[in-house]
Design a protein around this ligand. Structure first.
Ligand code: SER
Length: 886
């Protein structure tokens, strides 16, 4: 008997040995399909290869593909736990030929694998073919040697496989295993075919056509092959089990849940263990692929699965979260084949625990309400829709959880009543909203949100995705089409485009459809949950309902990611360097730069800025992974996450952590933890480099920093470097000597300025105060009065002092006339004469002559100004007159 892991690798190795490329499973969230909720078959990732749209380097491939069938078109959720073969998560083994081999080789490969490698007895096998497919019938006969009655022609769609309403399709041939006559049932096509005896284990699809629309089907460029074998089913056969839940993998999971709860997997509790084992798998794999629980779209399907499992844990008597405690067993079982499970283990564990903890708070009260409301109901009755809605709305019970809870008692739920109650609540919300005074043009978003639900955002993990246009809007109204040259707002069911929020600007890029293309110039969030693409039609014309490919401008988004992550690092570094009073006051994350405003009462010094930049770059060089988790706000804050005061957060928040602190009390712990809905790099090294380029004030107590990252930071530094080189050339030194040289030049210049001033002074005073013009004698007092040009006002006092010293006893008046014609005057009086003449009074006399007023100083030295320098000699004469008068 071989285990699931051996069977998987036997399958892949077999096809590898037969020339097939082993291709990794694609993620559970399809990237290449507009409306598919989850990857539900192995061929999903090859859809465009079959139709010829996409080329690969190989023409045959083999995969073990993760699949989820819950929500959307294929939904097995309701049956899981109660049957032998329903799962929300399963693995599909497949081999594919893209125009390489066709029916004969496909049948031969399949037959050899199951009879030779797997060693299944031929007499236990039978096959079906599409009723008109004689070719397949004959090939089975020839290759497998099956008798005619074991090659069953089926006329129904059971033997015509289609991916969906459109896409690749073709007749198929299924291989069945007979579990033996101890189980009731008949071969396919017989009246007892619905029994459990003959089980389909492998579906070989002869891909021949592409369904273009309901009416139109065309041939594929080349006939191809797509096969799908349920790993759990074939494992059951190979392990001699009839029930998928009895294979080794499920036994391990169920055993762990039995040990944890102390409740045996028997009787009516058997289903609960199965539900938990199955739902643990789908939840873990969905979370690993980027889905997080929410109230919309894929996230809500995940939440429904998780909560359904949690109710069953409750049935098993669990009073504490337990599902996350089973995760290590799953990782042990499947982590080797799916390394993403190991990588995301912490995230999965935390997400499960959080959801369990939160749901626990209402689960018991909801169950009590449910018990009360149904106490008088009997088998065949229905719970009223109003109560089912209350359970949904107030207690967080997804509808299928309520249905599941009543299933054992044979009680249904009034779905119409449930939907009515839901509609009523929406109508009330709309009435309240309409009354809230928002602009009429905004009403359209609210209506679209109500009609289509929130846009599913795929952009945390994808930058390209397919979607379906839901509506086109212009000037607040829905429009039918938009043509080349027109600008339009577009709502798509899912998008990788980030809508502007949290300081990060919206994404740009393009939207491409059959016969049309648009350039997206911005993306905004509207109507609480819609992502609105603002786009200009580049070619063709676009209308609602069209499938489209959405491509985010990859390079621009890369810069946005780097700038956003760098903002977090700078925030933490600033708190470390400046203190924890630092709080974010605003932020702009644009592609070309980041701007960050913080509360801080004074300018940040150059030394502080340098340390902040060094710290942020230290974490960048660590190149440590950036992790995102979904947490309860309170837990996140308790863990030290920085939340913005005054910001409105939901109950659950995304928490982004990056880097490892190297010192202080946080050493070894995450360096930065913030609540954030933005997009980030996957490892800090992707930021490349962060460079602060400016620091300024934007208001009282708020400083603004601007920074560049990656290529922009490099280019900035290169430009600075270029400047230094240009300077070095001009200064005729090596770049390393520029600073010394400039300092030298500044010193020299200062010295020269001093010498020049001295020289001018000497020249002005006629070769020096001592040997200069002889003083006049005015009334027995030695007086020097001079008008000077080319002398700065600030030098006058010094010159007047020199002149006073040379005179020994006397009075000096110096008038400097500046280039603009204005005059400055200084009067100096030697100490022996200050009793008789005050410099202040004399300078006022000079100032009056110069057309000015006032002046001030001390009795021995005073200064004044005047607008009219041409009157300088009048000023000299006026002072002389004052001396002779005094
Ligand atoms: N696409 C087919 C299926 O899902 C065979 O892989 O059954």
């Amino acid at each position: 008997m071989s285990g699931v892991n051996d069977i998987r690798s036997t399958f892949l190795n077999y096809f590898k040995a037969n020339g097939h490329e082993v291709v990794a499973s694609s993620p559970l969230v399809p990237r290449n399909d507009p409306t598919l909720m989850f990857t539900n078959a192995g061929m999903v990732q090859f859809k465009n290869v079959f139709t010829g749209l996409e080329q690969r380097s190989y023409s045959t491939a083999t995969t073990a593909q993760k699949c989820v069938r819950a929500g959307g078109k294929h939904n097995d959720l309701d049956n899981v736990g109660y049957t032998a073969r329903h799962h929300t998560f399963f693995e599909m083994l497949g081999n594919f030929s893209f125009g390489d081999y066709f029916k004969d080789r496909a049948i031969e490969l399949a037959w050899n694998l199951i009879t030779k490698e797997f060693g299944l007895a031929k007499d236990k096998l039978c096959v079906t073919v599409y009723h008109t497919d004689d070719e397949a019938f004959n090939l089975w006969k020839k290759i497998a040697g099956l008798p005619d009655h074991k090659i069953i022609r089926i006329p129904t769609s059971d033997n015509f496989w289609a991916m969906g309403d459109t896409g690749p399709c073709g007749p198929c041939s299924e291989i069945f295993y007979d579990h033996g006559d101890h189980i009731w049932g008949g071969p396919p096509g017989s009246p007892e075919e619905d029994g459990d005896r003959f089980i389909e284990i492998w579906n070989l699809v002869f891909m021949q056509y592409e369904q273009i629309s309901k009416e139109e089907r065309i041939d594929l460029p080349r006939p191809s092959i797509d096969t799908g074998m349920g790993l759990e089913r074939v494992a059951a056969v190979l392990q001699g089990e009839h029930d998928n839940y009895d294979i080794d993998l499920f036994r391990a999971l169920i055993q762990a849940s039995v040990e944890l709860t102390g409740v045996k997997a028997e009787g009516e509790r058997r289903a609960s263990h199965r539900v938990i084992a199955d739902h643990l798998r789908s939840s873990a794999f969905l979370i690993a692929d980027g889905v997080l629980p929410s109230n919309e779209g894929r996230g809500y399907v995940l939440r429904r699965i998780m909560r359904r499992a949690m109710r069953h844990a409750e049935l098993l008597g669990a009073r504490e979260p337990i599902i996350y405690r089973l995760l290590p067993v799953l990782v042990q079982q499947m982590g080797r084949a799916y390394p993403e499970l190991v990588r995301a283990e912490a995230l999965i564990s935390e997400t499960l625990k959080l959801e369990e903890t939160r749901f626990r708070k209402t689960l018991e009260r909801g169950l009590a309400l449910l018990a009360d409301s149904t106490s008088s109901l009997a088998k065949g009755d229905s719970l009223d829709g109003e109560t089912a809605f209350k359970l949904y709305d107030t207690y967080g019970f997804p509808l299928d959880l309520t249905q599941d809870a009543l299933r054992a008692r044979g009680i249904g739920v009034d779905i119409t009543g449930f939907n009515d109650a839901m509609q009523r609540q929406k109508a009330e919300a709309r009435a309240n909203w309409a009354g809230s005074g928002d602009k009429a043009t905004e009403t359209v978003w609210f209506e679209l949100k109500e009609k289509f639900g929130a846009t599913e955002f795929l952009g945390y993990s994808a930058e390209t995705a397919e979607g379906e246009i839901q509506a086109l809007v212009r000037d607040g109204a829905v429009i039918e089409t938009a043509s080349a040259g027109e600008t339009v707002q577009i709502v798509v069911n899912q998008t990788p485009f980030y809508g502007e929020s949290g300081g990060q600007v919206g994404d740009t890029g393009e939207i491409i459809g059959e016969g049309f293309a648009l350039d997206v110039t911005d993306t905004q969030k509207k109507g609480e949950g819609l992502f609105v693409h603002i786009a200009r039609v580049r070619e063709g014309s676009v209308k609602a309902g069209e499938p489209v490919t959405l491509n985010v401008d990859h390079a621009r988004r890369g810069r946005l990611r780097a700038n956003h992550s760098a903002t977090h690092l700078l925030h933490e570094a600033l708190r470390e360097v400046l203190g924890t009073h630092v709080a974010q006051k605003g932020s702009l994350v644009a592609p070309e730069r980041l701007r960050f405003d913080i509360s801080h009462p004074k300018p940040i010094t150059a030394e502080e800025l340098k340390r902040v930049e060094e710290m942020a770059n230290e974490i960048i060089v660590q190149n440590s992974p950036v992790t995102t988790r979904l947490m309860a706000v309170d837990d996140a804050i308790a863990e030290g996450a920085m939340a913005l005061f005054g910001e409105k957060y939901g109950d659950e928040v995304r928490v982004v952590s990056m880097g490892t602190a190297t010192h202080g009390s946080k050493a070894g712990k995450p360096y930065s933890i913030e609540l954030c809905g933005g997009t980030h790099v996957s490892a800090t090294g992707d930021i490349g480099l962060v460079r602060l380029v400016s620091e300024s004030a934007v208001g009282a107590g708020v400083r603004r920093l601007e920074a560049l990252t990656g290529e922009d930071a490099r280019a900035y530094l290169a430009e600075q470097d270029e400047r230094v080189k240009t300077l070095a050339t001009a200064l005729k030194v090596q770049p390393g000597d520029v600073v010394t040289r400039v300092e030298q030049l500044v010193d020299e210049r200062r010295k020269l300025e001093r010498e020049l001033a001295e020289a001018k002074r000497k020249l002005a005073m006629g070769g020096g105060a001592s040997g200069g013009d002889a003083p006049r004698d005015v009334n027995g007092i030695k007086f020097i009065g001079k008008a000077l040009s080319g002398i700065e006002a600030k030098d006058l006092k010094g010159m007047a002092d020199d002149a006073k010293a040379a005179l020994g006893s006397g009075v000096v008046l110096l008038v400097a006339v500046a280039d603009d014609g204005k005059a400055s005057a200084v009067v100096g009086v030697t100490a022996d004469l200050t009793e008789r003449f005050s410099a202040v009074e004399l300078v006022r006399v000079a100032s009056a002559a110069l057309g000015g007023k006032g002046g001030g100083g001390r009795p021995d030295m005073a200064q004044a100004g005047g607008p009219d320098g041409s009157k300088a000699s009048d000023a000299v004469e006026a002072v002389a007159a004052a001396l002779s008068a005094g």
